[in-house]
Design a protein. Sequence first.
Length: 83
Amino acid sequence: MHDLIRLKRPRGRSGQPKSVQQLSDEVTSLLQKIVITLLIAVVLSQLALQIPQVRAWVTGVDRLEGTPFVQVRVLCIWKAAVV
């Protein structure tokens, strides 16, 4: 009965049990990679939505709005302010 209750400890490549610190470091590293990947995906998707063709293909919300989406040219505004 005792054998059925005993939990198996995670083992490394050598077959030796991993310490809690090693296991924690591996999980932390994996979570960091996941978070960085998701942040990059969010930034890329937001940049892609700035392109009118991509925005029209991905979302149908613009056609449902009362006021149409107008793209503002930031650099032209900056030039006008400088001149």
